[in-house]
Ligand binder design. Structure first.
Ligand SMILES: *[C@@H]1O[C@H](CO)[C@@H](O)[C@H](O)[C@H]1NC(C)=O
Ligand SMILES: *[C@@H]1O[C@H](CO)[C@@H](O)[C@H](O)[C@H]1NC(C)=O
Ligand SMILES: *[C@@H]1O[C@H](CO)[C@@H](O)[C@H](O)[C@H]1NC(C)=O
Ligand SMILES: *[C@@H]1O[C@H](CO)[C@@H](O)[C@H](O)[C@H]1NC(C)=O
Ligand SMILES: [Ca+2]
Length: 858
């Protein structure tokens, strides 16, 4: 309280009252001077002094006045809070804001709040009013009131008001004691209340540019499911500049369960967003989550409240309106089987998970599991999923939501298969979630093991993870702590022996990525420039300071290729050629969002390579999600099913591999009417409403395709009619001839598998991250069979042994700056399945840019 009172006494008066004081000061000395001059003989000096003082005072007054005006912008500050009113019993009328009962109690609460803030000078000065937003029923059938308190504050005072607000609510226990006492002395006061929590309302929710306000209030009952959705959903985009809120209530001893079934907003959460609150007012201390962007049907989240209320808010700005959202709400018993947590677990194995899993866990949970396995055994706990992230929380702090095992706290996100073990037959696991922000939680299993054989039949990593013995010494870190790659004998055929003893796949040599950890895989890779030099693509070295100086020092433009400004150069294989035939130095300038060519041609035809509506992140795991690879096509041979992959490059044209469309003795694969193309397909076993099936009008195989060497393994397919592009069917960008996909770059391959060779077929579209291999190295490993029209890549992670690449399918490269995807390659031969020892070989699409344009016009 002390700093507040000081603030109230000195702070405001120095400025607010200072103005009045100095204005009044002026006439007084003036008249006094006149009188005193009459009475006695004072020196002119004295008068001058006084006049000077007066002028000075006037100046100061003016200055203060000026300063005051300039800083006197007024801001509206809104705080939200809730309180329990213990001496009132809840009745249904309190849920109807038009009822007499609601209005009476609301007006009492407003009075209480006025008195409450009246005790703090800085708050009472700027206080406007408090408005009750809702009442709900507490578990002991008393009433909970939710209110918004509004203040009108000069900008300069806003921080002091924030501070005063947070300090009066800080120590809830002692404050409510003091409060009710002081309230109790007031005559006519008959509310016995306890403030539960209060916090600022996010400024975006009370922005004055929000023109339309929508408010809904629903009470759900057991067995009922209600729907909430954004205005105009699904027929039209949501309206601009709106604030909408839905107050959801359940019966006492129940929780609200909110399940999104559609969620498609603008990507930028500062513009359009949904927020969920574990309250009936938008209290920042009880925000559960903020959502924006696009979520595929497989990613739709489910949330659970801690009590029997939840508030959904939705805000939009003036631009870019998307389809919106729809969600189902219902009530579930607070203590149902799904949400139950903690307890005693016995036996030799078992599973447990965060409350509500796989829904998001509710706020304010505390669970303790006591696990005990048969005497003589030890126990370990393995997490298959673990995501306890909270904004602003660092993984080694863990003060908000966390899991405690063996007195070790964990939060954040952990990779699957994380293991914790105990050297006894017992282990205790504790899970805590705080008031705000929830996440997906965890799923775990416990297993008893023989103390002397923790991983029967498997290899035990130092971090207690057990892995398949074949994964030991395969050049990949399968344990997660590299313990499976220690003390290995490298395979002559596949491995490079690092100086530090690790074995690494040979194809990672000379790609500028330090795989060994001691850089020994990057030694003896040909001439290197000094550390103070830039290495040019043509092998020259130039001093670093010549980079981006507007001068072509390398001779091939390398030193000017990654600069804010492009220079015009003599055309070469390293320069980008604009439509006006000028060649520019910038590397990969096409569709990067900046006009680099004088004629703007580098930014034309750029409706490609984005994933409409969705954030550019690629989701982890091996199965793809809907809309993740909208250019992926499945080519079926009528009567045989999926045979090859392809990529959409326009609404009429696909790219695939020439070897997919070569006649065999059995079938004439070059005939268009043999084929059917499936666009917008995710699972081979079920086409969705977004899947489009197309016939093929013509197939153009590259005329120089060589079936013996797989050189020029590329073909175009024309659809018999244009396809409607949408978020599930979208073209990938074609790279310019000069586009660089350097060794060491991580790219993605996708597909359902190579059915033509071994009959394996994945149902859901698979993906794998692969890395571009140095051409020279790849050629060495592949017996000199690599032509300049091929590009090699190797799989990045161990453990994967499925066939993720489809012949003819895309190798997609994410441009780091624009986030757009470019077609770097077409799956051709070698290990398109993305297995660990052999490189996969892909058709280098940059070599065919002009051929594609000539044949298809794309
Ligand atoms: C509180 O003040 C706002 C703005 O001055 C006004 O719109 C609102 O009606 C007032 N509410 C009550 C309950 O007086
Ligand atoms: C209110 O919204 C407008 C338009 O969206 C924005 O420019 C302004 O910064 C916002 N004001 C606040 C205080 O957030
Ligand atoms: C798990 O426990 C059940 C009995 O509760 C047993 O039948 C099963 O074999 C155990 N599984 C493992 C992997 O130990
Ligand atoms: C590829 O490796 C060779 C040596 O094997 C080296 O000369 C060349 O610079 C490497 N290329 C790249 C792009 O690193
Ligand atoms: Ca550009």
């Amino acid at each position: 309280m002390d700093p507040l009172e000081n603030e109230a006494k000195d702070g405001p008066s120095a400025q607010d009252e200072g103005l009045d004081a100095s204005m009044q000061f002026l006439p007084t000395p003036d008249s006094e001077t006149v009188e005193k001059a009459k009475l006695a003989c004072r020196t002119i000096v004295a008068i001058t002094l006084v006049v000077l003082a007066a002028v000075l005072a006037l100046l100061i007054g003016l200055l203060v006045w000026h300063f005051h005006l300039r800083t006197d912008g007024i801001v509206k500050k809104v705080f939200s809070g809730s309180m329990t009113i213990s001496n009132h019993r809840f009745t249904d009328n309190y849920e109807d804001s038009n009822s007499v009962q609601f209005k009476e109690l609301a007006s009492q609460v407003s009075k209480q709040m006025k008195g409450f803030y009246g005790h703090v000078p800085i708050l009472s000065r700027y206080y406007i009013n408090s408005t009750v937003q809702a009442f709900s029923e507490a578990s002991d059938d008393s009433v909970i009131a939710y209110y918004l308190s509004e203040f009108s504050v000069p900008v300069a005072k806003a921080p002091a008001v924030d501070e005063a607000m947070s300090s009066i609510y800080q120590d809830e226990g002692s404050k409510h004691g003091r409060l009710s006492q002081s309230m109790g002395r007031k005559p006519g006061n008959d509310l016995s209340f306890k403030i539960m929590t209060s916090g600022a309302v996010d400024a975006r929710l009370v922005n004055s540019s929000l023109q339309s306000h929508f408010k809904y209030s629903y009470h759900t009952r057991t067995g009922e499911t209600g729907t909430i959705q954004s205005p105009r959903f699904p027929d039209q985009p949501y309206p601009p500049n709106i604030y909408a809120e839905w107050q959801l209530r359940a019966d006492p001893a129940h929780r609200i369960r909110l399940e999104f079934t559609a969620l498609n907003l603008e990507k930028n959460c500062n513009n359009d967003f949904i927020r969920l609150y574990d309250s009936l007012v938008p209290n920042e201390k009880q925000v559960m989550v903020e959502k924006c962007g696009y979520y595929t049907p497989t990613e739709q989240p489910i949330y659970l409240s801690s009590g029997n209320v939840m508030l959904v808010t939705f805000v939009t700005n003036g631009e870019k309106n998307y389809p919106g959202f729809r969600a189902f709400y219902s009530q579930v018993p607070a203590q149902s089987k799904d949400i139950e947590c903690g307890g005693k677990l016995t036996g030799t194995n078992g599973t447990f998970s965060s409350p509500g899993f796989p829904s998001y866990y509710p706020p304010q949970m505390q669970c303790v599991w006591d696990i005990e396995v048969p005497a003589g055994k030890h126990v370990k706990v393995k997490f298959s999923k673990f995501s306890l992230r909270e904004p602003g929380e660092t993984p080694n702090h863990c003060s908000k939501d966390y899991l405690e095992i063996n007195n070790h706290r964990m939060c954040g996100e952990k990779p699957p298969n994380t293991v914790h073990s105990s050297r006894t037959n017992q282990i205790t696991v504790r899970f805590v979630s705080d008031m705000s922000y929830v996440d997906k939680g965890f799923s775990a299993e416990f297993v008893a093991f023989e103390p002397n054989d923790p991983c029967p039949g498997k290899f035990q990593c130092d971090n207690d993870v057990c892995i398949n013995p074949q994964l030991k010494c395969d050049g990949y870190d399968d344990c997660g702590d590299t313990s499976d790659e220690m003390n290995c004998v490298c395979s002559e055929e596949f491995h490079f022996k690092c100086k530090n003893g690790y074995c690494k796949p040979k194809f990672w040599r000379c790609d500028r990525v330090n795989d060994c950890g001691d850089k020994s895989d990057e030694e003896n890779c040909g001439p290197v420039c000094k550390s103070w030099q830039v290495s040019c693509r043509n092998g020259h070295c130039v001093p670093e300071h010549q980079k981006c100086d507007g001068h072509n020092d390398c001779g091939d433009g390398t030193d000017e290729s990654e600069c804010p400004r492009s220079i015009v150069l003599k055309c070469s294989e390293f320069t980008y050629k604009c439509k006006n035939n000028q060649c520019i130095s910038k590397q990969n300038p096409e569709c990067d969002g900046e006009v680099d060519c004088e004629d703007g041609s580098d930014e034309s035809g750029c409706d490609c390579g984005t994933r409409p509506y969705r954030s550019s992140r690629i989701v982890g795991g091996e199965a793809s999600s809907e809309g993740e690879w909208p250019w992926q096509v499945s080519l079926h041979v009528k009567g045989e099913g999926h045979v090859c992959g392809a990529s959409v490059i326009s609404d009429l044209w696909l790219i695939t591999a020439a070897h997919c469309v070569q006649d065999t003795e059995r079938l004439k694969y070059s005939q268009p009417d043999l084929w059917e193309a499936y666009l917008g397909l995710l699972s081979q076993s079920e086409s969705s409403a977004d899947t489009v099936q197309k016939s093929i009008k013509q197939i153009i195989s590259h005329p120089e395709y060589d079936p013996r060497t797989y050189d020029n393994d590329i073909a175009l397919m024309e659809l018999n009619s244009p396809v409607t592009l949408n978020q599930n069917i979208w073209p990938i960008c074609l790279p310019a001839a000069s586009h660089e996909f350097p060794a060491g770059l991580d790219v993605w391959i996708t597909g359902w598998g190579q059915t033509r060779e071994d009959g394996y077929l994945a149902t859901v579209l698979q993906k794998a991250e692969v890395r571009i291999i140095n051409d020279t190295i790849c050629n060495q490993l592949m017996n000199n069979e690599i032509t300049p029209r091929m590009i090699c890549a190797g799989v990045l992670s161990g453990g994967v042994d499925a066939c993720q690449g489809d012949s003819g399918g895309p190798m997609s490269s994410v441009d780091p700056d624009s986030g757009r995807l470019f077609l770097a390659g077409v799956v051709s031969w070698g290990d398109g399945c993305g297995r660990k020892n052999k490189p996969g070989v892909y058709t280098r699409v940059t070599k065919y840019r002009s051929w594609i344009r000539e044949q298809s016009g794309v």
